[in-house]
Design a protein around this ligand. Structure first.
Ligand code: MLT
Length: 236
């Protein structure tokens, strides 16, 4: 069965239920999960997703080698080493990173009760689909991180791209909906991302290039998985 959590309130509701036996794939297309996958593809050792700025800073107090990354309102945080742009994650090979973002890292954290948590983005879409095809989880939950408290179109497009690559049966109504959306979007992913609430914010703050990057489909053969407290790259 493929279920989809379409917005933050639904994620909160589902995260309070028993998630044992569930494989979750979390999407924050603009930009947290795209940055994580870019980092793993570029040799970042591990990324600790945390929900709050305070939790991120506390981790660094105990381990000075960690890099701090993240955003609020799309902008880098004071005293942090990196923001939340995928290109920044290309330049820190071999490092361990703590990442806190408004929605993406909160959504990843909230799935800690699941049997497996994978990181979804357009960038590694075929790799995730191939992994799921090989492992065939009985219960698959696609988690759309959202923007603030709201549904976000870009995460639904990402979830739909994955549903379109998987089996036709056992789809919830929400899974059929996101697949239809993705089919409607077709080749115009970047244009659709530009028109989203988060896409417009990124354009306003001069992060236009990030949208182009995050809109690329299946450019990295990388599967990212939450192991304990950090996201690591799964061996091929
Ligand atoms: C989030 O987690 O809300 C996003 O990644 C925000 C962003 O674009 O930086």
């Amino acid at each position: 069965m493929i279920q989809v959590a379409l917005c933050p309130s639904e994620i909160r509701r589902i995260s309070a239920t028993d998630l044992s036996g569930v494989t979750a794939v979390v999407f924050d297309i603009l930009r947290a999960t795209s940055s994580i996958i870019t980092g793993l593809a570029s040799g970042v050792e591990m990324i600790f997703p945390v929900g709050t700025v305070e939790a991120a800073r506390n981790l660094k107090v105990n381990d000075a080698d960690l890099l701090l990354a993240g955003e609020r309102g799309g902008l880098p945080l004071q005293g942090f080493d990196l923001g939340n742009s995928p290109e920044e994650f290309e330049k820190i090979k071999g490092r361990r990173v703590v990442l806190t973002t408004t929605n993406g890292t909160v959504a990843i954290e909230s799935m800690k009760g699941a049997s497996k948590v994978l990181i979804g983005s357009l960038l590694n879409m075929d790799a995730v689909a191939d992994y799921l095809f090989r492992h065939r989880p009985k219960s698959l939950l696609l988690v759309c991180a959202g923007t603030g408290d709201e549904f976000s179109l870009e995460d639904a497009i990402g979830a739909g791209a994955l549903v379109a690559r998987l089996a036709d049966d056992g789809l919830s109504d929400a899974a059929v909906f996101v697949r239809s959306l993705y089919e409607r979007v077709g080749e115009d992913v970047e244009e659709w991302l530009r028109q989203t609430k988060n896409g417009k914010l990124l354009q306003q703050i001069g992060k236009d290039a990030d949208i182009k990057r995050c809109a690329q489909v299946s450019v990295f053969d990388v599967v990212g998985c939450l192991k304990g407290e950090s996201v690591v790259r799964l061996a091929g």
